[in-house]
Design a binder for this molecule. Structure first.
Ligand code: 8YV
Length: 323
């Protein structure tokens, strides 16, 4: 049987690339430079499967082909707001993602960010490295206690629930949840969490707010100036979801005028470009999209894509089919 042709748009962990090479007629991007739109269109016209990441924009024009060869887009990652859903649906292509295998590691990064911003770890690190540390004193870089505080979680899917587990069972935090659908009582009970109906209900009660909702058009600027205003003036905002969920201009205003305590971001609108104003905010921690960046998670994500491909080309419905 002829092996299906597969394009892998970025470098993947070696073990996964080896497996892909043995099972498929695989083409790898050895330069690891993101594909531009014409290259991506080209890929859709030539390969049976295209395996993109968050750095590939699969907008409507990429699907606008008379006769695409691609039958499946096996996304490497759980979020797929970089793929135009309507166009993918119209084209009849199957789209899969990689849930579960990165939930713990992404929640770990959200915890890292929460602790870093509350305890001013970013400021401290910059001070030490820049040779500005003058020694211990009782008033030096005094932060905010995390244990026992109230954490609001917007989006109570797999990653939101992992975040709650860490915060509640590890740090004794009270958990308040906002989610687009009703969360089952037994799931809430695992972390003694309370669900509220709206983002407006959640924000004023929380010392920390962590975003775990979908990205894309439906949640663009979910956190805007009006909602930032509803946060306590010493509360912290954490984002490991997608950059577009926060209106970054409004966030810069809130950080500059201290209307919130601080923020910590792993994702940015238009990343890897960072809005210059954000760079000026000392009460902000920034990481370069490290949510799933562990050896374990990145390998598991790759093997999960392989499982989805194997199912698809064997005529089965892939377990992680989202379109
Ligand atoms: C991935 C992520 O590494 O899975 C996601 O949605 O945000 C990241 O952790 C990235 O999307 C890879 O495509």
């Amino acid at each position: 049987m002829v092996k299906p042709s597969v394009l892998v748009t970025r470098r993947w962990p070696a073990a996964v690339e080896a497996q892909l090479a043995s099972q498929y007629n695989a083409t790898f991007n050895s330069a690891d430079v993101p594909l531009d739109a014409p290259d991506m269109r080209d890929a859709m016209a030539k390969f049976d499967a295209v395996l993109p990441t968050v750095t590939d924009k699969l907008s409507a024009d990429v699907f606008d082909l008379r006769k695409p060869q691609a039958k499946i887009i096996g996304n490497y990652g759980v979020g797929y707001s970089h793929i135009c859903e309507a166009s993918a649906r119209n084209s009849g292509m199957t789209v899969t993602n990689t849930p579960d295998v990165l939930s713990e590691c992404t929640a770990d990064i959200a915890m890292t960010l929460m602790l870093m911003v509350a305890r001013r770890a970013g400021e401290g690190e910059r001070e030490v490295r820049e040779g500005r540390w003058t020694g211990w004193r009782p008033t030096h870089l005094v932060g905010t206690k995390v244990s026992g505080k109230t954490l609001g979680i917007i989006g109570y899917g797999r990653i939101g629930q992992e975040m709650a587990r860490r915060a509640h069972h590890g740090f004794g935090m009270n958990i308040v949840v906002q989610n687009r659908s009703r969360v089952a009582p037994d799931v809430l009970a695992q972390c003694n969490a309370t669900q509220v109906d709206t983002v407006e209900d959640l924000l004023p009660q929380c010392d920390f707010v962590s975003l775990h909702c979908l990205g894309g058009a439906e949640n663009r600027h979910l956190i805007n100036a009006r909602r930032l205003d509803l946060m306590k003036e010493d509360a912290f905002l954490i984002n490991t979801a997608r950059g577009e969920v926060i209106d970054e201009w409004a966030l810069t205003q809130a950080l500059t005028f201290d209307t919130i305590g601080g923020a910590a971001l792993d994702v940015f609108d238009g990343e890897p470009r960072i809005a210059p104003d954000l760079m000026q905010c000392d009460n902000l921690v920034m990481l370069p999209h490290l949510g799933s960046a562990t050896r374990e998670a990145r390998e598991a994500m790759g093997f999960r894509v392989l499982d989805n491909l194997d199912d698809f080309f064997a005529g089965r419905d892939p377990r992680d089919r989202v379109i």
